[in-house]
Design a binder for this molecule. Structure first.
Ligand code: TIU
Length: 231
């Protein structure tokens, strides 16, 4: 496959030029534990149907990223079966119907290797794609993500997934502080709280793009198609 080209992506607060050879598509935590009934998200009292709207836009950008040869990175939030990487402050938090590590209908809640921890079938990673397992909300904390991005010469992160104001936000904040240009795809992200989704995106792009840009799946697809035509 030839190297992906460059393109200008419509975004706020301003369009952004991306060298797609130096851009990774980062898909955050599109796991059954967050999107399906019986998983971690539902144990916290959330309406998991709120997240399904992100699946189609993410599937579209995932297909385009694969076609255009962009680096694709999937992340999964979860813990080792012995919970040695799960801080008590996280496990003991709140009053969920089941706690992290408890047995649920999709296996133990938020535990690596269990059915609930897996990525939803519509967005399943190819064997060749990178999957980052993360114990926290941000994808950089206690993971190999930084090293992987360096190894691939990545400068820009196009970020989508769930949830907008928790793991997507934390990852964009972490990435921004590490010098990456981070672009959130509005329709490729979702929250259990639509108002947090809207505000979360506003926070990223406020103040001249204080920690990133906000675009959408159609704008990314358009820029990728134009880059392909030009090459
Ligand atoms: N609860 C919630 O909104 N999110 C998380 O716990 N993790 C992620 O966002 N992946």
């Amino acid at each position: 496959m030839s190297k992906p080209g460059k393109g200008v992506v419509k975004a706020e607060p301003a369009p952004i030029e991306l060298d797609f050879a130096r851009t990774a598509l980062v898909i955050i935590d599109m796991q059954r534990d967050f999107l399906e009934p019986g998983g971690f998200g539902e144990t916290l009292g959330n309406d998991v149907s709120q997240l399904s709207r992100a699946v189609k836009p993410v599937a579209a950008v995932l297909a385009a990223a694969r076609e255009n040869g962009l680096l694709v990175i999937h992340t999964r939030e979860g813990h080792l079966p012995d919970l040695s990487d799960a801080p008590p402050a996280k496990v003991e938090r709140g009053a969920p119907s089941l706690r992290i590590g408890d047995p649920g209908p999709m296996g133990r809640i938020l535990i690596r290797g269990e059915a609930g921890h897996d990525i939803v079938p519509a967005l399943y990673p190819l064997k060749s794609e990178i999957v980052i397992d993360k114990p926290g909300k941000g994808a950089f904390y206690a993971t190999e993500l930084g090293a992987v991005l360096k190894q691939h010469g990545i400068e820009n992160l196009v970020v989508c997934g769930v949830t907008t104001e928790v793991c997507v936000h934390t990852t964009i904040r972490e990435g921004n502080d590490r010098g990456y240009r981070c672009v959130a795809l509005a329709d490729g992200c979702a929250s259990y709280f639509p108002e947090f989704h809207d505000l979360g995106l506003k926070m990223i792009k406020a103040q001249g793009g204080i920690f990133g840009w906000v675009s959408d799946s159609a704008s990314l697809l358009e820029a990728l198609a134009a880059a392909r035509m030009a090459s």
